[in-house]
Design a protein around this ligand. Structure first.
Ligand code: MN
Length: 436
């Protein structure tokens, strides 16, 4: 799985890609859809390199690439990544290798490709794919236990959690890209001292720090994807904020799960990092002593050996006042995707075991990725113990839940000795006042 594209010694002729701490060195090469900021023209696919975007539409027309890589680059001329996603693993991998070779120092393609670059600072992005279906999972046992304790103090972790990757079908129409701004949602709220619910703006607005998982090639209806082939159907990962109205959720969630508490907005980072780029950061899938082994359809030697990925994840907040006064965003939590109780391969195998068909561009949410300690809690409901313990922010501000004008910022990255840093960029979204 590790090949020449992962070599940490590789350097690009795009100088900014070689800067220490860059999210987008030549070993990363994530995909997005973009266009020049403020222009009304169509979006097209691009690849991040340093602080630049390689315009795949222009590069494809310049005929820099050959055979399968050229076909993959041609799919990148579309307004979404779906066509590239549908081509499958071999095409993505061939394009990655061709891009890696053409963007390296001393590459003969430098002169032609230099004309295909656009600065990220002058770009705007769209949701990277047309998302036909969105499924949000619930794969952190720490989050499930913490939140379960608040909703059901006597019975925090339900008995199915250790056997089934729990999920629900979410809403696609309100998925937006970083920069999304939306009004505080209204819904039915119920307080314990009043018997009758009221329709009002949510008072308990929260974030959920998650990863988004984009499906590449799909499967036919009725044909489950075995766990051994599951990752070949995954195009890549991004950051995902599953905004949640906890007061709406607490009243509506039984018996069918979240509904209006979550379907008003979901924010994605623009860049999709391929699974291949993440190969150096794979870690074993393990279970705590005494926990059940997964059923055979959720188990494979490869999944045990390298099913998890150590992706560092962070959530920050920037209040209106912090923005006004130029105060840097404040870190709320730092965690890792390695805390997931279920792997990506297990999610794909489970989602399709009943014959459900996935399609290119379908999106999974990983679930709120809380780790074992409080500083790793990936939602305010955990960090503030359901609103009881306010978080102190710089200059005397504090928060239990989000206030109007607050911006939530998610980041993610992989790093380790002897490995190139692989960054995810940022995922920002802002809560506006409720409509009057
Ligand atoms: Mn969620």
């Amino acid at each position: 799985m590790i090949n020449e594209t992962h070599d940490p010694a590789l350097r690009s002729w795009v100088a900014s890609a070689n800067a220490p701490g860059s999210d987008f060195p030549i070993q990363n090469l994530p995909f997005a859809v973009f266009r020049p900021k403020g222009k009304a023209g169509p979006f097209r696919c691009g690849v991040a390199i340093g602080d630049q975007i390689l315009d795949l539409a222009v590069a494809s027309r310049a005929q820099v690439f050959q055979s399968v890589a050229a076909q993959a680059a041609a799919a990148g001329t579309k307004e979404s990544l779906n066509a590239l996603m549908a081509m499958g693993n071999n095409a993505w991998s061939a394009l990655r290798l061709a891009l890696s070779r053409a963007l390296r120092e001393k590459a003969s393609e430098q002169q032609v490709l230099a004309a295909c670059l656009a600065p990220q600072s002058e770009a705007e992005y769209d949701v990277p794919a047309h998302i036909g279906d969105y499924t949000d999972f619930y794969t952190s046992i720490h989050h499930a236990t913490n939140i379960g304790r608040q909703f059901r103090p006597d019975n925090p972790l339900l008995p199915n959690f250790k056997w089934i990757p729990i999920g629900y079908h979410g809403r696609c129409s309100s998925i937006g890209v970083s920069g999304q701004r939306f009004p505080r949602p209204a819904g039915q709220l119920k307080s314990t001292d009043v018997l009758k619910p009221v329709l009002a703006a949510s008072k308990r607005m929260d974030i959920e720090l998650e990863l988004g998982i984009f499906i590449g090639q799909g499967n036919d209806s009725g044909a489950p994807i075995p766990i051994g082939q599951a990752e070949q159907h995954v195009f890549g990962l991004c950051l995902l904020n599953d905004w949640s109205a906890r007061d709406i959720q607490a009243w509506e969630y039984q018996p069918l799960g979240p509904f209006l508490a979550k379907n008003f907005a979901t924010t994605l980072s623009p860049w999709v990092v391929t699974l291949e780029a993440l190969a150096p950061y794979r870690v074993p899938f393990t279970r705590a002593e005494g926990d059940p082994e997964p059923l055979p359809y959720l188990d494979s030697p490869c999944n045990r050996e390298r099913g998890c990925i150590d992706i560092r994840m962070e959530a920050l907040i920037r209040t209106e006042r912090m923005l006004r006064e130029g105060t840097p965003a404040f870190s709320l939590a730092r965690t890792s995707y390695k805390y997931s109780y279920w792997t990506i391969a297990q999610l794909v195998a489970h989602h399709t075991v009943n014959g459900c068909n996935l399609r290119p561009g379908d999106l999974f949410g990983s679930g709120t990725m809380s780790g074992p300690v409080l500083e790793q809690a990936a939602a305010l409901i955990e960090l503030t113990a359901g609103g009881k313990n306010p978080i102190a922010l710089p200059r005397g501000e504090s928060r239990t839940w989000l206030e109007d004008g607050d911006t939530a910022i998610l980041t993610g990255w992989c790093e380790g000795p002897g490995k190139a840093r692989i960054g995810f960029g940022t995922c920002e979204g802002t809560l506006l006042p409720a409509r009057s």
